[in-house]
Design a protein around this ligand. Structure first.
Ligand SMILES: C[S@@+](CC[C@H](N)C(=O)[O-])C[C@H]1O[C@@H](n2cnc3c(N)ncnc32)[C@H](O)[C@@H]1O
Length: 299
């Protein structure tokens, strides 16, 4: 049987990737070469760093790369096209209906893991992730700390479905299961059974001021409920701070990510809730990014 010519045709990979990066740059994509390489690596089923070892590819794979580059040029998020986004040592499945975890949150995660590492617990440390989305922070902490009892709260049923899928995948990978809760973090009774029991509460809530101008990847593809925090970006955080204060055991700590305009505002809210040791932290671009605080040990 003769093999159709198109199936045997081979094309050089590097020029295809360079041309793809050019198309993405024209479409306004912020990191065109990285995205072109990631899409090629995804189509080939290899790590991006291995692309240099692949001089030629078949025409069918080249067609699939071209198609995904066309999609990316319409500003569909890269992570939706490759199907995952990383946080810590965990790859989260993401797509329409759930917020894509961001690199900025790695800093809050690193602080949280450092905090857990610095303490000696007489019990399994209880960690609560408020506004969990895909389950990102909860699952990254559970992966790094198999001894922890990790809980995650989310309001949106679509996001919760992604979190459930990711939690199941992490169980299959051998991680300690987390407990997912459907709930509103501003509800005074949310996860009531954990009141005054949490050693650590982390949150990356919706915090963008409502008039902010956003890239199409964000504005058109992240759920609006995941993004916006009212006129000043603080609506959900304002309602969530009493929940944080209630959940923390004496001596317990919290870390809350926020818009770069709101470091002082979040610090003031945590202080008004009688939390102490308040510290503002910046991100890699030196912008205010998250605030940490502690419930005093003697309360
Ligand atoms: C910015 S996303 C962050 C998701 C995840 N923590 C991460 O870092 O990838 C905020 C999440 O909070 C959820 N959310 C918004 N308001 C909420 C509320 N009042 N109670 C619980 N979850 C809420 C949204 O649905 C969204 O999944």
């Amino acid at each position: 049987m003769s093999v159709p010519e198109a199936a045997t045709e081979r094309v050089p990979l590097r020029p295809l990737v360079v041309a793809a990066a050019g198309r993405l740059a024209e479409a306004g994509v912020g990191s065109p070469m990285f995205d072109a390489e990631m899409l090629a690596a995804h189509a080939l089923g290899v790590d991006r760093m291995r692309l240099a070892l692949i001089p030629m590819i078949d025409a069918e794979t080249a067609g699939r790369i071209d198609h995904s580059v066309d999609q990316r040029a319409t500003r569909i998020p890269l992570q939706h096209l490759i199907g995952t986004a990383p946080l810590g040592a965990v790859d989260l499945a993401v797509g329409p209906g759930v917020f894509v975890p961001r690199p900025e949150t790695e800093l809050l995660l690193a602080w949280a893991l450092g905090y857990l590492e610095s303490r000696r617990f007489a019990h399994a440390p209880i960690v609560v992730d408020l506004c969990t989305g895909s389950g990102a922070l909860a699952l990254a902490i559970a992966q790094a700390r198999p001894d922890a009892d990790v809980h995650a709260v989310e309001l949106d049923p679509d996001a919760l479905r992604w979190a459930r899928r990711n939690a199941d995948a992490r169980i299959a990978a051998g991680d300690t299961p987390i407990t997912l809760h459907s709930g509103d973090v501003t509800d005074p009774f949310v996860v009531e059974h954990l009141t005054a029991r949490a050693d650590l509460v982390v949150a990356n809530p919706p915090y963008i001021p409502q008039d902010a101008v956003l890239d199409p990847e964000v504005a058109d593809h992240d759920p609006h409920r995941a993004l916006f925090g009212g006129p000043d970006g603080l609506d959900v955080i304002r309602g969530m701070v009493p929940t944080i204060a209630r959940l923390l055991r004496p001596g317990g700590a919290t870390a809350v990510e926020h818009d770069d305009t709101n470091g002082g505002g979040v610090a003031a809210l945590l202080s008004a809730a009688d939390l102490t040791d308040i510290a503002e932290h910046t991100d890699l671009a030196d912008k205010p990014r998250f605030v940490t605080a502690r419930r005093p040990s003697n309360t």
